[in-house]
Design a protein around this ligand. Structure first.
Ligand code: COA
Length: 329
């Protein structure tokens, strides 16, 4: 008997109520709607309330994904939260989410840190664990309160990001159903720390003092742009070739939502029209590990992922990390 294949059984997402427009930002730093929109495609982003934590957003998205999948919390065997903004350095946000959702105690709960590629990393990890045959259902969540690691006086970073969460439930494919994961592939290029990092607040500089690097994100935007274009293309091409799928067979590409110009360049490389790409960054900005699951949920709910269609997910982030996954809905 062949092992069961695993499918995305349900999706959910959550964004905080507060919306910060480019216009609002121009009152905080020296920027403009024209600059931000023309360079990135972003118009606005959601910002979590002070008392709204990454685990709260993760839990809200997970509850919706569970309801969509018609899977109860006690059926979950694995809970992974992809995040670079955990509630606390310890314990994992996944354990906090476990308690909030009321998951069983014999559940593997852990955080996955691959920055903006985190969701693809978590999806592939959960999928591999399910294929071991030891687990049946997994919750895979991407959640970020990235507003807490931004320097709100640095216009080169603070205009790009927003807070949100997205989640999927994975489980054995019910008979006749689709949404199966065809494949996934992960990549890393360590040694590029200085291109995109939060230098302070870790073991190197636990409590940054005068002269130490800060606890805020620092980025070399132009270098990251070039890396993103190059590696999104590689990751997309690699997985398509591996599974012998022609780009034209991909009905919907769901890329990491960082910059519209990066997405446009991927569209040109794959020779696909723009309408094959699902883009929502205009309303959310870059929500890091939440970006792809949030987009998957919105794409599904807007009818962009009909049964039998093929989707390509492709992401890049700090590390540097990148990765891709293919799903047949
Ligand atoms: N508002 C107005 N001006 C700004 C600005 C802002 N928010 N941010 C930067 N500028 C200025 C710069 O100071 C610079 O001015 P100068 O020419 O007088 O020195 C000018 O705009 C051009 O800056 P530059 O960095 O060359 O712009 P860019 O075209 O490369 O766009 C990014 C900057 C950040 C939008 C772009 O590089 C990018 O998207 N990179 C990838 C970032 C990313 O995706 N990060 C997340 C990874 S997961």
């Amino acid at each position: 008997m062949s092992p069961p294949s695993y499918a995305i059984l349900g999706t959910g997402s959550y964004a905080p109520a507060r919306i910060m427009t480019n216009e609002d930002l121009s009152k905080v730093v020296d920027t403009s709607d024209e600059w931000i929109f023309s360079r990135t495609g972003i118009k606005e982003r959601h910002i979590a309330a002070d008392d709204e934590l990454t685990s709260d957003m993760a839990t809200a998205a997970a509850e919706k994904a569970l309801a969509d999948a018609k899977v109860t919390p006690d059926q979950i065997d694995i809970c992974i939260v992809a995040t670079l903004t955990p509630d606390l350095p310890m314990p994992s946000t996944a354990c906090i989410v476990q308690a909030k959702l009321g998951l069983r105690h014999d559940v593997a709960c852990f955080d996955q840190h691959a920055a903006c590629s985190g969701f693809i990393y978590a999806l592939d990890t959960a999928w591999a664990l399910l294929q071991s045959g030891r687990y049946r259902h997994a919750l895979v969540i991407g959640a970020e309160k990235i507003s807490t690691v931004l320097d709100w006086s640095d216009r080169t970073t603070c205009v790009l990001f927003g807070d949100a969460a997205g989640a999927v439930v994975l489980g054995p494919s019910p008979e006749g159903s689709t949404a199966e994961i065809i494949g996934a592939k992960l990549y890393s290029e360590g040694g590029n720390t200085e291109l995109l990092c939060i230098p302070g607040g870790g073991a190197a500089y636990p409590v940054p003092g005068p002269g130490d690097p800060p606890k805020f994100m620092q980025m070399k935007g132009r270098e990251i742009f070039k890396f993103a274009v190059r590696e999104m293309e590689d990751a997309a091409q690699d997985i398509l070739e591996q599974h012998q799928i022609h780009p034209d067979e991909v009905n919907c590409v769901i890329p990491h939502q960082a910059n519209l110009r990066i997405i446009d360049s991927l569209a040109k490389f794959l020779k696909l029209p723009e309408d094959r790409f699902f883009v929502n960054l205009e309303r959310y900005g870059n929500t890091s590990a939440a970006s792809i699951p949030l987009a998957i949920d919105e794409a599904r709910r807007s009818g962009r992922l009909p049964n039998g269609s093929i989707s390509l997910f492709v992401a890049f982030g700090a590390g540097l990390t990148y990765g891709s996954a293919l799903v047949r809905w």
